[in-house]
Design a protein around this ligand. Structure first.
Ligand code: SF4
Length: 378
């Protein structure tokens, strides 16, 4: 398959692994700890386990799995607020499938659907828009969730709804941004990171320059990477080479997809529809300044928080995370999934306790799917 098989070439992968071992060995001669590289994106975490890169890589490199899965970082309070909206009379609540099983305080959206709420899975916000056109007497709410990758499509749906004058369509906006949590991690004195693998899809929208502060202010390298095995191995090698040479730069391994300055059309739609929230709550990371987006006042008619008086527009309640759930520690690299006391016991993909076991991009689900189930049994 063109543009896929060449990035899975075993010979190329072996060559990269040998070069990684050489550079990691060179760095290892001057320090005791392995080089800690955080892959920010959940898609990269999934690829690392899928292709066994965590086992193939030289022992002088350790992957730290970052907070780049939007389902995983959604706090329980926001799931509760979704259910609050979905259970209102006359509402059709629409969501991507991966959010259906995220546990709230009392139940998930899937359980709320079983209890009678009209909750429907969609593949795009445009599906929700179509539902609103076909059901003019119902309120159709789209659960806008995700990083900069999905933010533009929600913005386009809101712009389209405004053009058509739809009055029964709104968005429960939970769109978040990548650079701010990276800054929060770098400001955490307990974090010990040597470099980053930057997200490919997000960077396709925002380009590579929003990461400049990581190299400039914190002296850490970041390499934007693709998702195939040789993409990831080449990116690890690029980070290691910077560490070995004492450089800290933002580099783009995924240049075949990621333009340096991002996608202008998407960025214009984002700028038109959203503004920054002063802060936004992240599961495991707490409140992070300017890390969430809300709908601008001139599109307030399409803002479900305003329409239903929930979330940041209503009375928010503090919700503690589940007792015994170590999602926060896993997402900040302080614990591996198998070290969580709940892994494979109180928490499995069939009965998830924490969000990292729900989403296919969650580190715990990836561990489980690619050998973790066996490790738990052992
Ligand atoms: S095993 Fe479950 S509870 Fe533990 S960190 Fe993973 S998702 Fe959270």
């Amino acid at each position: 398959m063109k543009f896929a098989s060449e990035f899975r070439d075993p010979k190329a992968a072996k060559g990269l692994l040998a070069e990684i071992a050489r550079v990691a060995g060179q760095i290892g001669a001057t320090r005791e700890k392995p080089v800690h590289i955080m892959e920010i994106c959940g898609g990269h975490t999934h690829s690392i386990f899928r292709y066994g890169l965590d086992k193939l890589i030289h022992e002088g490199v350790e992957f730290i799995h970052g907070p780049g899965c939007p389902v995983c970082v959604l706090p329980r309070a926001r799931v509760d607020e979704c259910i609050q909206i979905a259970e209102k009379p006359g509402v059709i609540f629409t969501t991507f499938g991966d959010a259906m099983r995220v546990p709230g305080t009392k139940k998930s959206l899937l359980q709320a659907k079983a209890d009678g709420a009209d909750i429907r899975m969609v593949y795009s916000p445009l599906d929700a828009l179509e539902l609103a056109r076909r059901n003019p007497t119902r309120e159709v709410v789209f659960f806008g969730l995700g990083f900069e990758t999905t933010t533009p499509s929600t913005a386009l749906a809101i712009q389209q709804a405004a053009r058509e004058g739809l009055t029964n369509f709104s968005v429960f906006c939970n769109h978040i941004t990548v650079p701010e949590p990276i800054k929060a991690l770098l400001d955490d004195p307990h974090m010990c990171l040597d470099g980053f693998i930057g997200p490919g899809h997000v960077s396709m929208v925002i380009g590579i320059h929003p990461y400049d502060f990581i190299a400039r202010d914190y002296g850490k390298p970041l390499v934007v990477a693709g998702f195939e095995p040789t993409d990831l191995l080449q990116s690890v090698l690029m980070v290691l080479t910077q560490v070995a040479e004492g450089r800290a730069e933002i580099e783009n391994q995924y240049a075949r997809v990621v333009p340096e300055h991002g996608n202008k059309v998407s960025l214009a739609a984002i700028a038109d529809v959203y503004e920054r929230r002063p802060s936004f709550e992240w599961r495991g990371l707490g409140e992070i300044d300017a890390s969430g987006l809300r709908i601008r006042p001139h599109y307030a008619a399409f803002d479900a928080e305003e329409k239903f008086g929930v979330g940041y527009a209503g009375m928010r309640t503090e919700v503690e995370e589940v007792e015994g759930c170590a999602c926060g520690a896993v997402m900040t690299g302080r614990m591996k999934p198998v070290q969580c006391p709940q892994f494979g016991k109180g928490c499995t993909p069939e009965m998830p306790l924490g969000a990292l076991m729900v989403s296919s991009e969650g580190a715990c689900a990836a561990y489980w799917q690619y050998g973790g189930a066996r490790a738990a049994a052992e």
